[in-house]
Design a protein around this ligand. Structure first.
Ligand SMILES: Nc1ncnc2c1ncn2[C@@H]1O[C@H](COP(=O)(O)OP(=O)(O)OP(=O)(O)O)[C@@H](O)[C@H]1O
Ligand SMILES: [Mg+2]
Length: 908
């Protein structure tokens, strides 16, 4: 054999270090004697049983040259220093990796790994084994880590102690609260608006003070006569200062972008100190009417007057109580938590903690739910309070905020007649005691329940008003226009039947019109209802046509949507074009309007925040107080939700799975000189490490830890979106809420990532800096959480997890620099796409992981080649972690914009 072919064989052997299954003729490691030699020999004899590269030593060559230990002398000539991590006894032509289970402090000696340490292949010093692991002499890798077990136990123990202490504290507070509420029994009355305002709104200058005191005493007198009270209020006080609202709405109209008119010129009134029942067939537009009046939705036409002044209810959203049909509240909180939260963020800042608590006690007592003050609300899965009690809590949430106007959307639905009656009495008492106006949408109330309402608004099909005035006079009106109530029918049913055209109408000439057209009903109200309306509404525009049956049809036909008819006459394409054009124009204008509103809203919230001003009419808790109460509520939620404890075990399991994958399987690149001498095929091995699992491990660790964060993160905002909309519609500022939710996730991130890291290091002992590695796992969790927030903002709940899988996979396998290394991006995907990788936390995470692990191998002469081929920089660990943190902040910012910008109408 020529010396050159010998060289080639030697280089090939080196290449095949990573493929132990191929047994080559290998001689014992020179320089090892006695039992060590036989150990080494036995491992060499059976390379198939060996871990890759365990002890495959390069044969000593038989050249007649003298090559000293610590050097190698290739056949091509020359004598070269054997570099760190390699072993060169006397007379060798090639360096060999220091065997696994041995370490080579210098290249001339190979020492067996002592007890209590372990030595992977190619290392210059032994690594101390972690506490509690079994490391006999010659250990190549650590398979267990008692420190991690202890870490996991300590974390759980601390959490358990915290939960136990918290339980005791909660029980103590709960018992005390229960006692206090019971003692409150002698004073069940609600505060009147005047009493309430006296607690906090007395202005500083005495002039205004006098005026206010006068007004208050006047108000107090009016409380005794609530019916009269509404009249005194009307048109007088400035809505900003008024104690109660008297609301007049005129010609409220809503036409959708498709041309459909849902609300057609509705006019009516909600008077202070009185209750108003809103009734009508299903789909008539009852909910639409109240949302339009309250400014929750944008109307196409119409005016709202508050205390006689043209204004928008939206400006006073923190003064309005809206009880939605669904019981929108956090189901894992207690009745107290829910009421207190409402009182905390909605009551004026002048209210002390004690006053807020008292307000909650008063409402609890008033709604007769004081005995369930410490009960959890519960849901379909977890039994909590009853449906009726939940309805009361729903009302209580608004009542504690002392609104000037209370609207309830079907508060009696799903309740029995006795409970409905009690609820209606409650509403009446609220109006009487506090002096506010109460409007409730109700379906088929019993006569007694119906009698509890002072006023009555009946809507007809198509969003038209058929009656709006005093309840007691409704029967008189309907009889005056020809409808007689059958004896057996309850008044409420009678009105409903009339609105649906099921009651025959007696005409002026005495004839009975059994099949009358219900479209004349609104026109009847406009024409014959003058006497039943207040002065401001005496003259309503006659948009509903004539009450006369025959002409009414014609008029309605002519008046209703002339353009629609014109379009209908035109054929096919041009009609479609016109329709689309109109639709696009409306849509574009709506879009522009909502963008404009969004920008104004965001800017004003930021400005309010910076200038420490309160959003809305009331001066409420400041930024830090809201931040605190939102954080406390989230903490209570977490505390009551036991499932998160099981979630912690899952993080350990995830870490464990990653740890099982990881072993310290790294065989570094060859010394430079060997490469220069080797055949062409061996060049690649000279540049890259022979065996390098760290890239794969990096992808798995970063991918799984960030993915775990994502899956947790989608619930932070996603699980309570509807509750957020409800609160923000009533004036909860978004910034402190948002920051509080994120801040209360931080301890979770710390615990979850610690458990993941502990799980991972249970079976894997990282060679790189362990604190750094934990830091990397933590920032991966952080970016995962923030990305999860973002996903929860823009995708449907059902699809969120799936989107997380897709994004995490794309980040891990496409935009990470794993499958396509960074220098190859341009070649493979074209120019200008690098920013996609720069935006991917995985690209930075992978580099940081690699750098962290490879730091241990920095003694290898050619190690930089491993970094340079991937465009990595060994000094980049901290920088990359900061970049990942920054990307998390970026997603956080986008999430905030989405939280504010998506579903704007629901936040009104
Ligand atoms: N934004 C909207 N887009 C499309 N249709 C709408 C919109 N708002 C309301 N509607 C339609 O207007 C009609 C009235 O709806 P609304 O919810 O006000 O009825 P309702 O009287 O409250 O009915 P129910 O008694 O069943 O609650 C319905 O046909 C509804 O589909
Ligand atoms: Mg409705």
């Amino acid at each position: 054999k020529s010396p050159r072919s010998e060289e080639g064989m030697a280089a090939l052997r080196l290449l095949l270090l990573a493929a132990p299954a191929l047994a080559y003729e290998i001689t014992p490691c020179p320089g090892i004697t006695g039992s060590e030699a036989s150990d080494a020999q036995s491992s060499i004899d059976n390379p198939i049983d060996q871990e890759p590269g365990d002890c495959l030593c390069v044969p000593s060559t038989q050249y007649n040259i003298s090559c000293p230990a610590g050097f190698f002398c290739p056949s091509s000539g020359g004598q070269f220093k054997c570099t760190a991590g390699f072993y060169c006894p006397v007379n060798v032509s090639q360096p060999a990796f220091c065997c696994a289970g041995y370490y080579c402090p210098d290249a001339s000696q190979m020492i067996r790994c002592p007890e209590g340490s372990f030595c992977p292949i190619g290392v210059e010093k032994a690594v101390s084994c972690p506490f509690g692991s079994e490391c006999p002499e010659g250990t190549t890798d650590v398979s267990s880590n008692a420190g991690a077990v202890i870490g996991i136990i300590v974390i759980f123990l601390v959490l358990w102690i915290c939960v136990c202490c918290q339980k005791r504290v909660k029980r103590f507070h709960g018992e005390r609260r229960y006692g206090t509420v019971q003692e409150f029994s002698h004073d069940p009355k609600l505060l009147s608006r005047a009493e309430f305002d006296a607690q906090f709104t007395l202005p500083e200058d005495s002039e205004t003070k006098k005026v206010d005191v006068k007004r208050k005493s006047l108000e107090e007198k009016q409380m005794d006569d609530p019916v009269a009270e509404g009249k005194v209020q009307e048109g007088k006080a400035d809505p900003k200062k008024a104690l109660t609202f008297d609301i007049l709405y005129k010609d409220i109209t809503l036409t959708l972008s498709n041309g459909r008119t849902i609300m057609k010129g509705a006019s009516g009134r909600f008077r202070a100190g009185r209750t108003c029942a809103i009734m009508g067939p299903s789909g008539a537009g009852k909910t639409t009417l109240v949302t339009l009046v309250m400014g929750k939705a944008k109307r196409t036409d119409g005016t709202v007057y508050i205390n006689g002044k043209q204004d928008e209810m939206y400006h006073y959203r923190d003064e309005i109580g809206f009880v939605p049909q669904e019981d929108i509240m956090q189901r894992n909180l207690t009745v107290w938590d829910i009421l207190k939260f409402s009182a905390d963020y909605r009551l004026p800042k002048e209210f002390s903690q004690k006053a807020r608590q008292e307000e909650c006690y008063r409402v609890l007592k008033f709604l007769e739910i004081e005995h369930i003050v410490n009960s959890v609300i519960g849901d379909e899965k977890t039994r909590g309070i009853s449906g009726g009690q939940r309805k009361r809590v729903n009302i209580g949430m608004e009542l504690v905020a002392k609104p000037k106007f209370l609207v309830l959307d079907e508060p009696t639905s799903g309740l029995d007649s006795v409970t409905s009656l009690t609820l209606a009495s409650l509403l009446q008492t609220i109006a009487r005691e506090t002096g506010i106006s109460v409007a409730a949408i109700i379906h088929s109330p019993s006569p007694d329940t119906f009698d509890k309402f002072d006023d009555f608004t009946l809507l007809g099909v198509g969003g038209t008003v058929l009656y709006s005035g005093e309840r007691e006079r409704a029967l008189e009106y309907f009889e005056s226009v020809g409808f007689t109530k059958p004896k057996k029918m309850t008044p409420a049913d009678f009105y409903l039947e009339v609105s649906m055209g099921r009651v025959p109408r007696k005409l002026d000439d005495g004839r009975i019109d059994v099949d009358f057209d219900i479209e004349i009903l609104p026109a009847l109200w406009v024409t014959y209802g003058r006497d039943y309306r207040s002065d401001e509404l005496k003259d309503l525009p006659d948009i509903h046509g004539s009450p006369d049956k025959e002409s009414s049809r014609k008029e309605t036909e002519i008046k209703s949507d002339d353009t629609e008819k014109m379009i209908a006459k035109k054929s096919g394409f041009s009609s479609w074009m016109q329709k689309t054009n109109r639709k696009m124009k409306t849509n574009a204008s709506n879009e522009w309007h909502s963008i404009e509103n969004y920008v104004i809203d965001c800017a004003s919230e930021f400005w309010n925040w910076i200038s420490c001003k309160s959003d809305g009419n009331r001066k409420k808790a400041n930024f830090f107080q809201i931040f605190f109460i939102c954080g406390r509520r989230t903490y209570f939620q977490m505390y009551r939700e036991g499932s998160w404890v099981w979630g912690l075990f899952l993080h350990v399991a995830l870490g464990l799975f990653v740890g099982v994958l990881i072993t310290n399987q790294f065989v570094g690149p060859l010394p430079v000189q060997t490469c220069e001498d080797g055949p062409l095929q061996a060049l690649r091995s000279c540049v890259l490490p022979l065996q390098d699992i760290y890239m794969t491990l990096g992808v798995f660790s970063c991918w799984i830890s960030s993915f775990a964060g994502m899956i947790e993160g989608i619930y932070t905002f996603g699980a309570e979106q509807v509750v957020f909309w409800r609160h923000t519609a009533r004036g909860l500022p978004t910034i402190p809420y948002f920051l509080a939710k994120v801040a209360s996730d931080v301890p979770k991130m710390l615990i979850n990532s610690a458990l993941f890291f502990a799980g991972m290091t249970l079976v894997y002992f990282p060679l790189g800096d362990r604190a750094d590695l934990y830091g990397l796992i933590l920032v991966n969790y952080w970016v995962g959480y923030t990305f999860g927030y973002f996903v929860s903002m823009i995708f449907e709940p059902r699809l969120r997890s799936l989107w997380c899988v897709i994004f995490a996979m794309a980040y891990a396998f496409i935009f990470s620099g794993f499958t396509t290394t960074l220098p190859n991006i341009e070649d493979q995907y074209g120019k200008g796409l690098e920013w996609l990788w720069d935006m991917s936390y995985m690209r930075w995470g992978l580099e940081a992981f690699y750098v962290n692990q490879m730091a241990f191998y920095e003694f290898l002469e050619n190690i930089n080649s491993a970094f340079s081929t991937r465009n990595y920089n060994p000094d980049n660990f901290a920088k990359n972690c900061w970049i990942i943190f920054g990307l998390g902040l970026f997603w956080l910012f986008i999430t905030f914009l989405c939280l504010k910008g998506c579903n704007r109408t629901k936040q009104k």
